[in-house]
Design a protein around this ligand. Structure first.
Ligand code: DX5
Ligand code: ZN
Length: 220
């Protein structure tokens, strides 16, 4: 599990050309990060299940679905059934995160737990054996293009210590403002999966941007 994962976020892509935008990073990226927002858990509205189902047929990249939605217990397993590799839901939206993780695994995907900007990670560390991924937001969830919050890296360090001490098989993912000037600090703090929207799809050559991010995450 030492190799880094780079996951471009299609939130920053051209929504009228999603299949092309996915294919543009197919050779360079590890996962495609798909931000699902419902206008309730976050004030923004993006895409949902029908788009994920259609896009699934258009690319070989594994989908890393990030559900910023209310009531993940009701909706999350459908994303696993749609073929997502990993489905991450927010701790703040879940009453029984472990039950949802079990449902996701039973439905055929990995299970991820996301922690938003204002949520301490400490209360969730004991749940991590039930998960495959912990997503630490490095912005407030809801919109792309926000400034990276370096103070969030304390949560990454705390989680990394816990994961290593417990020998857990778990990725630690950062999401928000991850770019050439911030990714090294994320890797240094212990992240091994990196979501990047603007830094990839805002670039002239998205695949080259992914390769550059990977090089910096790996080599500093
Ligand atoms: C925002 C989303 C992010 C977003 C990141 O809530 O979860 O995945 O796409 O965008 P950038 O990389 O532009 O900060
Ligand atoms: Zn995201």
């Amino acid at each position: 599990m030492s190799d880094n994962v780079i996951a471009p976020s299609i939130l920053a892509a051209d929504f009228a050309r999603l299949a092309d935008e996915a294919r543009a990073v197919e050779e360079a990226a590890d996962w495609l990060h798909v931000d699902v927002m419902d206008y309730h858990f976050v004030p923004n509205l993006t895409i949902g299940l029908p788009v994920v189902q259609s896009l699934r047929k258009a690319t070989t990249l594994p989908f890393d679905c990030h559900l910023m939605i209310a009531d993940p217990a009701r909706w999350a397993p459908a994303y696993a059934e749609a073929g997502a590799y990993n489905v991450t839901f927010h701790a703040e939206a879940a009453t029984d995160p472990v039950a949802i993780a079990k449902d996701l695994r039973a439905a055929g995907s990995r299970a991820g737990l996301a922690i938003d900007r204002d949520t301490p990670v400490d209360g969730y560390l004991e749940l991590l054996p039930h998960f495959d991924l912990l997503l630490i937001m490095t912005i407030k969830a809801g919109f792309g293009g926000q400034a990276f919050l370096p103070e969030m890296l304390d949560k990454v360090r705390t989680a990394r210590r816990h994961v290593d001490a417990g020998h857990l098989e778990l990725r630690i993912e950062v999401d928000g403002g991850v770019a050439e000037d911030t990714i090294a600090a994320c890797a240094e703090a212990g992240a091994d999966a990196f979501v990047a929207g603007t830094a990839v799809y805002g670039a002239q050559d998205p695949a080259a941007a992914v390769r550059k991010l990977r090089a910096i995450a790996t080599n500093g």
